[in-house]
Design a protein around this ligand. Structure first.
Ligand SMILES: Nc1ncnc2c1ncn2[C@@H]1O[C@H](COP(=O)(O)OP(=O)(O)OP(=O)(O)O)[C@@H](O)[C@H]1O
Length: 241
């Protein structure tokens, strides 16, 4: 099976500041790659380049084996989702989730069935007619997930999607996302500052340091990397045992 995403030798500077330097990255189908790195290391820039929202200076990007390096975002079949879940204020929950299907002119009966299933999967049955301003932050985030996932994008690009949520809601969302991704066979790049979240969410992990990306093909090798910070974190929590 071809990797869903393959990045070769991508570099990017803003003015004199080199942000990304010769980045190579591979994401296998139906897997999630967690992307970590300190603030300002270039995680968002890399996601935006993959989505086509930012242009690389050099290098090549393939989605499903097809070169998309210069393709417009709307033709890449990828969705970029960031922290502040933006919903259409004039549409209720049901219609927000239905939006992408309406754009694609999905027949009404099928649309109703799909949206109803998604609303129920998200646990939003009792909120389906609420408008965005009547929802909590976590509920809004769930709806924005549903809206993104219902069109079955081949690649989801998630930029700190749970950053604004409290820890309990955050853990619920992690489980929900993993279930949805598995069920809908979605591949994703998941940016997070939180090492624990990176390990929970990722099948593999990428770390950007000084513009360079190191890809750990499994969690064990990430744990064993002395610069990952994981061992330090584990030591910290051990002292309370
Ligand atoms: N449009 C832009 N013009 C100039 N500099 C930019 C632009 N976008 C990003 N940068 C710079 O590129 C660097 C990387 O930014 P980016 O947002 O990719 O980092 P990040 O790893 O996502 O950070 P954080 O974890 O804080 O969100 C930063 O130094 C930022 O100031």
């Amino acid at each position: 099976m071809k990797p869903i995403l393959n990045i070769q030798d991508v570099s990017k500077s803003f003015g004199k500041e080199q942000i990304l330097s010769h980045i190579d990255l591979t994401l296998e189908q139906n897997t999630v790659l967690s992307l970590v790195g300190s603030s300002g290391s270039g995680k968002t820039t890399l996601l935006k380049i993959i989505a086509g929202l930012e242009t690389q200076d050099s290098g090549t990007i393939y989605l499903h084996g097809e070169e998309v390096s210069n393709m417009k975002p709307q033709h890449r079949n990828s969705i970029y989702l960031y922290q502040e879940a933006l919903l259409f204020p004039h549409l209720n929950v049901f219609e927000n989730i239905a939006f992408g299907l309406r754009l694609r002119k999905t027949p009404e009966a099928l649309l109703k069935q799909k949206v109803t299933e998604m609303v129920s999967f998200l646990g939003m049955e009792t909120h389906a007619t609420k408008m965005s301003h009547q929802l909590s932050g976590g509920q809004r985030q769930r709806v924005s997930f549903g809206r993104a996932m219902i069109i079955e994008p081949s690649l989801l690009l998630l930029d700190e999607p749970f950053g604004a949520l409290d820890s309990v809601t955050r853990e619920k969302m992690q489980v929900l996302f993993k279930d949805l991704a598995k069920q809908m066979q979605i591949s994703a790049v998941f940016v997070t500052h939180d090492l624990k979240e990176a390990i929970v969410m990722g099948d593999s992990i990428g770390k950007i340091t000084k513009g360079e990306l190191t890809q750990f093909s499994d969690l064990k090798s990430f744990y064993n990397d002395k610069d990952s910070g994981i061992k330090k974190e584990v030591e910290f929590w051990k002292q309370f045992n």
